[in-house]
Ligand binder design. Sequence first.
Ligand code: HEM
Length: 401
Amino acid sequence: ALSQKTIDIIKSTVPVLEVHGVTITSTFYKNMFSNHPELLNIFNHANQSQGRQQTALANMVLAAAKNIDQLESVLPAVVQVAHKHRGLGVKPEHYPIVGKHLLEAIKEVLGDAATDEIINAWAEAYGVIAQVFIDIETNMYESAKGQIGGWGDFKELEVVDKVKESDVITSFYFKAKDGQPLPTYEPGQYITVRVQIPGEKYMLNRQYSLSCAPGNDYYRISVKREADFEPNGKVSNYIHDHLNVGDTIEASAPAGNFILNMEETAPVALISGGVGLTPMMSMLETLVNSNSDREVTFIHSARNERVHAFSKEACEMAGNLQNGRCYYAYQDPVNKDGGHHFTGHFTKEFLAEKISNDTICYVCGPVPFLKNIVTMLSELGVSDENIRYEFFGPAMALEKV
Ligand code: HEM
């Protein structure tokens, strides 16, 4: 345990560091990657260049440091990050590397104020925080390996089918290249796909939600093509263009804690924007497969019919439920006369009609969509506990949307 003195030093320096959080982590990343370029095989370069990951790691270390004497309070956030780390192959031996460069960055930012005492206190605190991650992640690797057909890091999967779902979304079906069965997963989980793209110096990793219910002998991801200038689209566009039946990629075992809780019986709403519908498809199909009598409301927003994937499947599945409904909104519909969809964005009045305040809401989509929906649900009286969301890109740490 840390001494009271160490705790006091940490708590008194956090506010200073908070002001320089972004500077600390950008210094930290720059130095770490120049000393350990191999780590660029793990980190997302697009996130680095956009500065998003910097903020996430900095905020989380500072948030943890602030709560150093009651780390239980940050555990839920740690678990979510640990899923991501496990899905990326982050290992205990990486933590001292991160720690060393983080401390050096703290030293640089504090300048003369960085006494030995302060630096030693931070070294100790980082050690305690890192150990919390390491312990959780070690358990996650063990349990991933312990599943039937399971594995710890990356495994080669072979494309067994490629299906166009809309103008921009294409599904890829995978089996294990070695012929082993694939481990089961929870509806809502994702896999990390790792590819070596010709001309790229380092491997690139991206997370994709599994888009169908567990229980099949394959995995399916459904990937959106992005604009060419969008750095985050590099992997998506590469696999759209170059990954075909018979080709292989490397993948992590399924990870993530944005999952449908099948023990709950309250009404459930699955609310998605764009390609955020992929985990919802898995959740919806799981509800159908279990013959659930829950009240299920599937709500999806897309630019138009052409980019909308699974429009038929989702409505059919909702129709097969004892108590299921399905609604679509198109911002710029091809079919201008309305049809069975709404034109524009879902409004608070619409949500108020479809959702009661005991409805458990799962929300996934791009950040602006998510912010909008989560705000409306809160205003309608849905509790924080019943608003569960996941968005694309790195979590802005503990910041609430
Ligand atoms: C992502 C915190 C150590 C590699 C993240 C995120 C946070 C975080 C908050 C964003 C989560 C999200 O995107 O949802 C921390 C903290 C650490 C730590 C507090 C130390 C106590 C490490 C280590 C490694 C690592 C040792 C491996 C060298 C990554 C990677 C990502 C990530 C690769 C994904 C973002 C990207 O691809 O750029 N971490 N992390 N982290 N972390 Fe860590």
